[in-house]
Design a protein around this ligand. Structure first.
Ligand code: NAD
Ligand code: UDP
Ligand code: UDP
Length: 332
């Protein structure tokens, strides 16, 4: 009898929004998944349908402490991602990015396995190059309220590349641009969740500043495709590589699209623009297209419609017909 064990994959931040989708996809691909999370912003509800799966395991652990496990590859996603979450305890945010990266890199070094870092478009700060290619070094305030996240993620990238240079680690650094979809936290304060929840509840949509600032929104399924494609590259490919949808929208346009898709006539009200809020953001994805053969497929309106169904079910607002399909049933 021959026995081949499945790939054991560690996902830190696996109970979060993106992490839970990644865990689900990896299980669907036949991997054994170890989800490590301290539930700071993640929720057991996100992985509820995976609990009990024979190839799924959860570990409650804070990545700022050493972790000993035996795995074949590592996706490092642990870190709060929304401004209100990462600004709530900024020192812990920097520790999670920096000390967490050191520990996960130490783990990858001991095991001699590839490790992928979920970095961010925030490393570009408030950019004066548009769209942002990977070669742009960014314009980041080192002492502002976003710095704990931006500089933490920048330092994590430095660590990844130094472990590569110093220890020959197989690293992959992806820079994720604004991603949205089902399982976003309804109270995370991000623009997509705020606008949809407000429109569903019949509350005014809060537009910060004049609403002329832009973002590019990637649907979570597209992002997960890009993450898997990045991990599958040869050791020589390290990134950094931008993963995002280049469709660029002003926040005013987004507010209007959400209102239209929800079928709501709520007012749009202005609120002050938070400090250091980037004015524009759009990924240059030429590198991802060339090196990974990856292009996002889900248009904004389609992705928003799926996300509206999720929030409608979660909030019980009853404006749409059906909830998120149970995709897990298909992978059992
Ligand atoms: P999320 O907050 O839903 O998920 C983060 C997860 O990490 C949560 O489950 C949280 O409990 C966990 N976590 C936080 N600190 C931890 C610690 N010290 N130890 C263990 N677990 C910890 O956010 P998300 O949107 O799913 O983001 C996932 C990753 O992708 C993050 O690293 C984030 O910086 C990155 N990213 C996300 C976006 C986006 O638009 N969603 C954009 C750029 C980068
Ligand atoms: N580490 C870990 N798991 C391991 C191996 C290392 O969490 O399986 C941690 C370890 O505690 C250390 C960090 O990773 O603080 C960096 O490890 P590395 O070997 O690079 O550095 P050193 O141990 O020499 O400081
Ligand atoms: N924003 C807004 N109203 C909200 C929440 C956010 O106008 O209720 C704006 C915010 O000022 C920013 C953009 O939407 O310009 C994206 O904000 P988010 O917090 O989602 O992500 P990030 O700023 O980290 O890209």
């Amino acid at each position: 009898m021959t026995y081949t064990s499945p790939d054991r994959v560690l996902v830190t931040g696996g109970a979060g929004f993106i992490g839970s989708h990644l865990c689900e996809r990896l299980l669907g691909g036949g991997a054994e998944v170890v989800c490590v999370d301290n539930y700071y912003t993640g929720r057991r509800e996100n992985i509820r349908t995976l609990l009990g799966h024979p190839r799924f395991e959860t570990v409650r652990h804070d990545v700022t402490f050493p972790l000993y496990a035996e795995v074949d590859r590592i996706y490092n996603l642990a870190c709060p991602a929304s401004p209100i979450h990462y600004q709530f305890d900024p020192v812990q945010t920097t520790k999670t990015s920096v000390v967490g990266a050191i520990n996960m890199l130490g783990l990858a070094k001991r095991l001699k396995v590839p490790i992928l870092q979920a970095s961010t478009s925030e490393v570009y700060g408030d950019p004066d190059v548009h769209p942002q290619p990977e070669g742009y070094w960014g314009r980041v305030n080192p002492v502002g309220i976003r710095s704990c996240y931006d500089e933490g993620k920048r330092c994590a990238e430095t660590l990844f590349f130094d472990y590569r240079r110093q220890h020959g680690l197989a690293i992959k650094v992806i820079r994720i641009f604004n991603t949205y979809g089902p399982r976003m936290h309804p109270d995370d304060g991000r623009v997509v969740s705020n606008f949809i929840c407000q429109a569903l509840k019949g509350e005014p949509i809060t537009l910060y500043g004049d609403g002329a600032q832009t973002r590019s929104f990637c649907y979570v399924d597209d992002l997960v495709d890009g993450m898997i494609a990045t991990m599958a590259t040869p050791d020589a490919f390290t990134g950094p590589v931008n993963l995002g949808n280049p469709g660029e929208f002003t926040m005013r346009e987004l507010a209007e699209i959400v209102r239209e898709l929800v079928g709501s006539s709520v007012a749009i009200v202005h609120r002050p623009l938070p400090p250091d809020d980037p004015r524009q953001r759009k990924p240059d994805i030429a590198k991802a297209q060339a090196e990974l053969g990856w292009t996002p497929k889900v248009p904004l309106r389609e992705g928003l419609s799926r996300t509206i169904v999720y929030f409608d079910t979660l909030l019980g607002t009853g404006r749409t017909a059906r909830g998120e399909p149970d995709r897990v049933a298909a992978i059992r």
